[in-house]
Design a protein around this ligand. Structure first.
Ligand SMILES: NC(=O)c1ccc[n+]([C@@H]2O[C@H](COP(=O)([O-])OP(=O)(O)OC[C@H]3O[C@@H](n4cnc5c(N)ncnc54)[C@H](O)[C@@H]3O)[C@@H](O)[C@H]2O)c1
Ligand SMILES: CC(C)[C@H](C(=O)O)[C@@H](O)C(=O)O
Ligand SMILES: [Mg+2]
Length: 369
């Protein structure tokens, strides 16, 4: 029996708990069928925490996250909490987790399943076989820079301020993760900023270029973020690994999601620095949000969250074989024609969130023998 792995599950709001229910069924499957052993605890983040405790994340839950081997998160937010003061909005809970756990490297793979190439909004030949890794800086930039806030001006106007700021060490540590990933993949890295109009972008470009000296085997290119958005929908297969800042990474990863057919397909891993034993703090979550328009109806695609579980097995617990098994089960189910509404195609079988979970478990049973 493998040693106990401390897992904190924060299902969150909207479709978060719906997709996380399927993830829990798969965790149980791995425990019963593969002899893995997890010590799972549940906590609140986002709107559900505001409803119970008045804050989007309590200090106790934050402490549990710091103590966990990995955190799995569903999604936060929704119209019910949209008009709350900024500092206690659901999204602040997620941002605090990222910041306090120092999860500076957010890995957002955009992988097109063969069977889903036609579900993309782009022509099949443009996305067939697509496999991009976006590395988004997650604890700096305009999301956290000071000063920020809304102030009243003497002339009666109000002014909203956010500050884009990066230091060399922040740029180096995320770029290093991206160079290392490129080394294990297609050896191509594209660094994305707006060095033409932003000093922080210029610094980003200069520092990534300096670091390239240590990674001469990697082909490095630089691209302005607006051009990158365009290139992602023009010819996405030109990219292997993309490294970019917090805000551009947020936008470009949603854009890349649609190449795969749906936001409901994109997982992510947020990683901190490795400690002396090579262990990193880590949080895994789908790229999508709480999808208020379909929440509570058993309609959401649970694959992004299930693939986030697979990333957890791979990155936090070095369980590559088990992660491969889960990835394969997801591929098989989709190839078998089982589709939630977001990836539905003519001739396929439309399934609910729960039924998609059923099919994943059946595929795991088949593949495990
Ligand atoms: N990481 C997070 O927790 C996270 C990420 C993005 C947005 N949000 C929050 O979620 C709320 C809604 O935001 P939004 O509508 O801009 O983005 P969203 O990702 O929740 O939804 C965008 C669209 O994609 C669809 N969609 C998303 N996930 C899906 C899935 N798994 N299966 C099928 N369809 C899916 C939705 O139905 C919707 O039409 C906001 O409060 C926002 O702040 C949270
Ligand atoms: C919910 C929000 C804070 C978050 C972000 O902007 O980072 C989301 O859009 C994401 O992509 O994870
Ligand atoms: Mg986003």
């Amino acid at each position: 029996m493998a040693s106990n792995k401390k897992l904190l599950i924060l299902a969150g709001d909207g479709i978060g708990p719906e997709v996380m229910t399927q993830v829990k069924r798969v965790i149980t499957w791995f425990e019963k069928r593969q002899g893995l052993s997890f010590s799972v605890s549940d906590g609140l983040v986002g709107g559900c925490s505001i409803d119970k405790h008045g804050v989007p994340l309590t200090d106790e839950t934050m402490a549990e996250a710091m103590d966990a081997d990995a955190v799995l998160l569903g999604a936060v937010g929704g119209p019910k909490w949209d008009n709350l003061p900024f500092e206690i909005k659901p999204e602040r809970g997620l941002l605090r987790l990222r910041k306090d756990m120092e999860l500076f490297a957010n890995l957002r793979p955009a992988l097109v399943f063969d069977a889903l190439a036609e579900a993309s909004s782009l022509k099949t030949e443009l996305v067939e076989g697509l496999d991009i890794m976006i590395v988004r800086e997650l604890t700096g930039g305009v999301y956290f820079g000071q000063p920020r806030g809304i102030e009243n001006l003497p002339n009666g106007e109000r002014r909203g301020v956010n500050t884009q700021v990066y230091t060399t060490s922040e740029i180096h540590r995320v770029a290093r993760v991206a160079f290392e990933l490129a080394r294990k993949r297609g050896r191509k890295l594209c660094s994305v900023e707006k060095a033409n109009v932003m000093e922080s972008g210029l610094l980003w470009r200069e520092e990534v270029t300096k670091l390239h000296g240590e990674y001469k085997d990697i082909e490095l290119s630089h691209m302005y973020a607006d051009n990158c958005a365009m290139q992602l929908v023009r010819q996405p297969k030109q990219f292997d690994v993309i490294v970019t800042d917090n805000l551009f990474g947020d936008l470009l990863s949603d854009c890349a999601a649609m190449l795969t057919g749906s936001l409901g397909m994109l997982p992510s891993a947020s990683l901190g620095a490795a400690d002396a034993n090579g262990k990193r703090r880590a949080l895994y979550e789908p790229v999508h949000g709480s999808a208020p328009d379909i929440a509570g109806k058993d309609l959401a695609n649970p694959l992004a969250c299930l693939l986030s579980l697979s990333m957890m097995l791979r990155y936090s617990f070095d369980l590559g074989k088990e992660a491969d098994l889960l990835d394969k089960a997801a591929q098989e189910v989709v190839a078998g024609g089982f589709r939630t509404g977001d990836i539905m195609a003519p001739g396929c079988t439309k399934v609910s969130t729960t039924q998609m979970g059923d099919e994943i478990l059946k595929a795991l049973d088949r593949l495990a023998v």
